[in-house]
Write a protein that binds this ligand. Structure first.
Ligand SMILES: Nc1ncnc2c1ncn2[C@@H]1O[C@H](COP(=O)(O)OP(=O)(O)OP(=O)(O)O)[C@@H](O)[C@H]1O
Ligand SMILES: [Mg+2]
Length: 266
């Protein structure tokens, strides 16, 4: 096992350390350094094909880096085999784009899915109680018998979030959580991401095309261009800072830098 480098701090929850990823001869990630801090929200922005989803898959252990290290709680996960990786993957909860619910299952069965897979020790009643409590916590009272098609887009996101929270992850990863939602519902999802971080004490990593959302929830934002971190810092730093690339990206999104403010401070 590689000993953790001396610069790694206890508040560094997940760290990408000189990470590259190639598919065949094409290098998609070209040396990424990012420290995801405990209990903070990091937002990754960038155009289509920049490598955001690829980076996310390395982060949660769905794929292996070609070179470099991925430190999770001080452990480099890149050399781990399948059994050890399954242990690491349990630290992550994933909220997929469009919630990715199973259409033929009720809300209850969708949310119960991870428990039935991984918590064979729990009785059916314990599973049901845990699911119903979580749904209530997320504002989905009496929705457990509904089918996904009977829910609104925002409600479906919350069901996806409930499912991701079932195994009590330390890190919640969201791929494009507000895509396909109207501006009002998008803001509700932003609030939900912040509330969830606070209530469940998780670290949040959010991939987004939505600059308004990025500015509202990010402690740290990272602009990915062509497999590299082109700019990093607080949203305010990205908007007003020295990086031409991020100023251009923000200007293209139609946001005025002066309107930038986080919804929750601290
Ligand atoms: N399994 C794979 N095999 C080959 N190339 C891949 C694979 N996965 C991703 N790529 C390539 O890596 C590049 C980055 O893809 P990625 O999905 O990470 O982009 P993205 O930033 O998430 O884009 P989007 O915003 O459109 O979702 C693309 O050029 C893509 O073709
Ligand atoms: Mg993607």
């Amino acid at each position: 096992m590689t000993p953790p480098p001396e610069w790694l701090r206890p508040e560094d929850h997940v760290v990408l350390d000189r990470v590259t990823k190639s598919f065949g001869r094409v290098e998609v990630l070209k040396g990424i350094d990012i420290r995801f801090k405990r209990h903070q929200t990091a937002v990754l922005i960038g155009g289509s094909g920049a490598g955001k989803t690829t980076l996310l898959r390395l982060l949660i252990g769905l794929d292996k880096a070609t070179s470099g290290c991925v430190w999770v709680d001080g452990e480099d996960i890149t050399p781990l085999g399948e059994v050890a990786m399954n242990r690491v993957r349990k630290k992550f909860g994933m909220v997929f784009q469009y919630a990715a619910l199973l259409d033929s299952l009720t809300v209850l069965d969708n949310v119960a899915f991870p428990l039935r897979e991984h918590r064979k020790d729990m009785s059916e009643k314990q599973v049901r109680d845990k699911v119903v409590t979580m749904l209530e916590d997320l504002g989905l009272l009496n929705k457990e018998k509904y089918m996904p098609s009977e829910l609104s887009g925002g409600q479906r996101k919350r069901v996806g979030l409930a499912r991701a929270l079932m195994l009590q992850p330390e890190v919640l990863v969201y791929d494009e959580p507000t895509s396909g939602l109207d501006p009002h519902t998008s803001r509700l999802v932003d609030d939900l991401i912040e509330e969830t971080r606070d209530r469940f004490n998780v670290t949040s990593v959010v991939i987004s095309h939505d600059m308004t959302s990025c500015f509202r929830i990010a402690h740290q934002a990272y602009l990915l261009i062509d497999g590299k971190v082109a700019a990093a810092g607080t949203p305010e730093q990205l908007a007003s800072g020295e990086h031409e690339a991020s100023r251009a990206f923000i200007a293209a999104s139609g946001i005025h830098p002066a309107s930038i403010q986080r919804i929750v401070q601290g």
